[in-house]
Ligand binder design. Structure first.
Ligand code: V47
Ligand code: SF4
Length: 384
């Protein structure tokens, strides 16, 4: 019997350990911690790329998902002081900060009336005066106005602070949030779980255990969530794998994660401006190894406003099967950190052609990956 393309690639690999890792992957066997680190240290980009692409195609074929969403950032004032953050303003520097009222945020939601968005992503700084009740009221107001709009909101960093101030347990707080309209959690606030790095780059906010506990509680209430990893700064490969290992263990327990999103550290205008950013080759390797290590995560997402659209397009051959959404320019968190896209907006037509240019199949999804529209043979109207 002739060998398949991936078997030929594995057989041609000279490093026996890398060959064994390749064979494990194509036999659907789980990689261990040392194998994950070994891939970062020793594997060539074409080798991990081929394995990740094989895995991606065996799970999803050419399907590449995106959604139609918009962002609301309630405030950029934050009580915490993460060193990589270019966005937050301390409460003491109020003149540079903003905070939106419920009516202002509802006006943003209303500005999408009649437009085919399916999700609102709400995330921002941790303002000392914005309470759990304020955010419960916000979600109730959004649901009263547009019940079918999926609310993906708040990182465990925001939630932990709200719950602590309101004197409620994580379980009570999450239940209240869910009842008020919270549908799922975005992946933010995870950064790097390992304390050797976390205590250096974001010492004062929710710990790894708190982050994981809040997601676990959400999963137990039937909600789904995403997870991120902030890579390419002072962490070592061991810390990346440790981070993914903790996520993989929780996912084994709950199956509540949908998507993993590696976030490339950007160094503009923050306290880590002297830390060099990772190279394109390293970015692609990060995506590929995420796909291989996180064998129980269905989706790996490239967040194009951060990476730039051309790099995001390349990641589609390195394990990625989701390219986020057609967000508009209300998102400030990345443009301030020096992301590739200063005003991140991409029309559906642009996003679809980005995906088609690399021979993938563009599919609009809901937040929970229900198919809304297959754009493979879609003809856009002139004004679309
Ligand atoms: O947790 C902050 C990151 C995250 C910088 O779940 C930075 O669908 C790079 O998590 N360089 C928040 N990253 C955003 C987030 C997210 C984005 C898109 C989609 C989803 C999703 C989640 O932004 C923070 C932090 O890791 N961040 N500053 C920086 N200088
Ligand atoms: Fe605050 Fe989030 Fe910035 Fe940290 S990353 S300072 S928690 S806004």
């Amino acid at each position: 019997m002739s060998l398949s393309k991936i078997e030929v690639i594995i057989e041609a690999e000279k490093d026996i350990q890398l060959q064994q890792i390749g064979n494990k992957i194509i036999n659907n066997k789980r990689l261990n911690f040392n194998e994950g680190v070994y891939l970062f240290e020793k594997a060539s980009l074409p080798y991990v790329g081929a394995l990740a692409n094989w895995k991606r195609e065996s799970l999803h074929g050419d399907a590449t998902y995106f959604n139609k969403n918009f962002h609301i950032e309630p405030t950029n004032v934050c009580v915490f002081s993460c060193k990589f953050c270019s966005y937050s303003k301390l409460y003491a520097h109020k003149e540079e900060g903003w905070e939106l009222t419920i009516d202002q945020m509802l006006d943003i939601v209303k500005s999408y009336d009649g437009k085919p968005v399916t999700e609102v992503h709400i995330v921002g700084g941790v303002h000392p005066k914005l309470t759990l009740n304020f955010f419960l009221e916000l979600m109730r107001a959004i649901k009263a106005h547009r019940p079918e709009l999926h609310i993906k909101a708040f990182t465990p960093v925001e939630l932990e602070y709200m719950f602590r101030k309101a004197n409620v347990s994580t379980e009570e707080g999450m239940k209240l949030a869910h009842e008020a309209g919270l549908d799922s959690l975005p992946g933010g606030g995870a950064e790097i779980f390992h304390p050797d790095i976390r205590t250096v780059i974001c010492n004062d906010k929710a710990t790894a255990d708190e982050w994981l506990h809040i997601h676990k509680t959400a999963h137990q209430l039937g909600m789904h969530s995403n997870a991120t990893l902030l890579y390419g700064h002072i962490e070592k490969y061991e810390h990346r794998i440790d981070h993914m290992e903790r996520l993989r263990q929780l996912q084994d327990e709950t199956k509540g994660f949908n998507t993993f999103i590696p976030l490339k550290f950007r160094n503009k205008d923050n306290d880590m401006h002297d830390v060099a950013e990772s190279t394109l080759a390293n970015d692609l390797k990060m995506y590929a190894i995420s796909r291989l290590y996180l064998d129980n995560f269905p989706h790996i997402k490239a967040y194009w406003p951060m990476l730039g659209r051309q790099t995001a397009q390349l990641t589609l051959s390195y394990g990625v099967n989701d390219i986020d959404g057609t967000i508009d320019d209300t998102t400030k968190i990345y443009s301030m950190a020096g992301s590739e896209e200063q005003t991140p907006a991409m029309t559906t037509q642009e996003l679809v052609s980005l995906i088609k240019q690399v021979n993938r199949k563009p599919i609009e999804r809901g937040t929970l990956y229900n198919v809304i529209q297959d754009y493979s043979n879609y003809e856009f109207a002139e004004n679309e």
